[in-house]
Design a protein around this ligand. Structure first.
Ligand code: ZN
Length: 187
């Protein structure tokens, strides 16, 4: 039985031509990769991000991080998950990013109209009822993006594992205007 847990997690999407064409989307993407590779030349880059910055953002399909921030290949680490929330696994990636790959700055990006705003921790109970097992992770649902950005900044700044917590800034990206709005921790 399909679940409200599934459907309620889905952010509103417009069916694309790719979806309407049917067949395996992955097969089509792999075919497109062949064209990409044909034009690709080895940039000879180091794994260390050029701008020494890690960006933590929601996985939302409407947020094109590189375009929105004017980033180029090799500039940054991008760490994405549902909501762009700072989970233990994000801290793991940030720790590796800073300690092994030389990043110093952290940018956190949530966005308007996030799918997480329509969820609550009941999502976990619904999952448990359906599959007989409760996930170990929190849903990290939120109703106030600004407040959740503040909480995420706080989690980064107080992590004992990170080397650099002096340049941690948070933003909400407006999916209708493309504009970032900075969130200040004390406001
Ligand atoms: Zn989102």
């Amino acid at each position: 039985m399909s679940t409200s847990a599934h459907s309620s997690a889905t952010e509103s999407v417009t069916p694309t031509a790719a979806v309407r064409e049917g067949g395996q989307v992955t097969d089509r993407l792999v075919a497109l990769n062949a064209g990409y590779a044909k034009e690709f030349s080895d940039p000879g880059m180091d794994a260390r991000p050029v701008l020494q910055v890690a960006v933590v953002a929601c996985m939302d399909a409407r947020l094109d991080l590189h375009a929105a921030l004017g980033l180029e290949l090799g500039d940054c680490h991008t760490i994405r998950n549902a909501g762009g929330v700072v989970t233990d696994d994000v801290i793991r990636s940030l720790t590796i990013s800073q300690r092994a790959l030389g990043t110093r700055s952290v940018i956190l990006i949530h966005h308007t109209n996030c799918g997480l705003e329509s969820l609550t921790e009941d999502f976990r109970q619904e999952l448990e009822r359906e599959v007989g097992q409760r996930p170990v992770w929190a849903v990290e649902a939120y109703s106030d993006a600004d407040q959740d950005v503040r909480q995420s900044m706080q989690r980064v700044r107080t992590s004992p594992f990170l080397l650099h917590t002096d340049d941690v800034r948070g933003f909400v990206f407006d999916v209708t205007t493309g504009l970032l709005r900075e969130i200040h921790s004390d406001s």
